[in-house]
Design a protein around this ligand. Structure first.
Ligand SMILES: NC(=O)c1ccc[n+]([C@@H]2O[C@H](COP(=O)([O-])OP(=O)(O)OC[C@H]3O[C@@H](n4cnc5c(N)ncnc54)[C@H](OP(=O)(O)O)[C@@H]3O)[C@@H](O)[C@H]2O)c1
Length: 285
């Protein structure tokens, strides 16, 4: 049976190790702070503070530590020859590509991954994990990775793709969440319930999502003109939102940011264009 090493027993790593143990896999675990090796649920694993020992028999090495820097540090001088390294710590696409090149040079196959769930959501049939990198190594490790999350999404052989997808999805999520929080304050200031806004957003989500989808298609096709809602018209709403925040004695960070961003587009002569054209501002061209 393949041995899987889990490197890093923080809040996420320990859950990954336990899931593999529960699924009767042959697991070795390593953590910088030795106390975490004795946690309940890890009894079935070979626990060691010696990184070489943790990796010796392992063909698959799952890493879940603070960041890429910690990964280089802990694997410094360790033989990676013939091993599949699956990096599940969070980083940028450049971090992933640089690590992929470095570990391939050291004789390993490299897969980069990004977990889109919290520890308590791991191991479900729909738990999403983005993965990218060596396709053959991915297909050989797929059964083991499915134990960690059934919703595996392989994003191609560029090691940086999983991280790009991860950060792009997080940008969407937190952008929407920040907008929601500002809207919740608007509701509250008028004696309305923030939870009603949350419910409303759920109901109209398909229409909002279609606008996102259309904008993506516009960018791909280079369609920037003939808007249904011009940048000028959208920016007017942000001016109103800034005024509303002042009138309601609320913080105006969110509409101020939106206004400043759309103003960059207006200054670049894009006022009568589609929102998709703001990609030109982001390109820094
Ligand atoms: N928690 C989540 O919901 C979640 C979700 C998706 C992705 N992730 C990613 O998973 C990774 C781990 O997150 P976590 O929540 O498990 O973090 P955590 O609970 O803070 O644990 C951090 C882990 O990294 C280790 N570590 C830190 N610096 C190190 C170093 N220099 N050398 C060796 N080991 C080092 C820690 O070891 P010690 O025990 O010795 O301190 C610990 O095992 C992060 O990249 C995070 O972004 C987490």
């Amino acid at each position: 049976m393949k041995q899987v090493a889990v490197i890093g027993l923080g809040a996420m790593g320990v859950v990954l190790a336990k899931l593999l143990i529960q699924n009767k896999l042959n697991v070795s675990v390593w953590n910088r702070t030795p106390g975490k090796l004795n946690q309940p649920g890890l009894e079935g694993a070979k626990a060691t503070t010696n990184i070489n020992e943790a990796l010796r028999e392992a063909s698959i090495v799952i890493i879940c530590v603070k960041d890429y820097e910690a990964t280089y540090e802990l694997l410094n001088g360790v033989s990676l020859e013939g091993k599949t390294i699956i990096q599940l710590s969070t980083g940028t696409p450049k971090d992933a590509k640089t690590m992929s090149a470095a570990f391939i040079d050291r004789g390993a196959s490299y897969i980069d991954g990004a977990i889109l769930a919290t520890p308590s959501q791991m191991g479900r049939p729909d738990t999403p994990i983005f993965l990218s990198g060596n396709a053959e190594a991915f297909s050989k490790s797929e059964d083991i990775l499915k134990v960690l999350g059934g919703g595996l999404l392989y994003m191609g052989d560029s090691a940086g793709a999983a991280s790009a997808w991860d950060l792009a999805v997080l940008t969407n999520m937190f952008g929407m969440m920040t907008g929601f929080l500002h809207g919740a304050r608007m509701m509250e200031a008028e004696g309305l319930k923030p939870s009603d806004l949350g419910n409303m957003i759920v109901n109209i989500a398909p229409v909002l999502a279609q606008m996102i989808q259309d904008t993506g298609n516009d960018i791909d096709a280079g369609r920037f003109e003939d808007p249904q809602s011009s940048i000028d018209i959208c920016a007017q709403s942000f001016e109103l939102m800034v005024r509303q925040a002042r009138e309601a004695n609320s913080d105006a960070s969110m509409p101020t940011f939106l206004l400043e961003f759309f103003d960059k587009g207006r200054k670049a002569g894009l006022g009568q264009n589609r929102i998709s054209s703001l990609i030109k501002v982001l390109r820094n061209n």
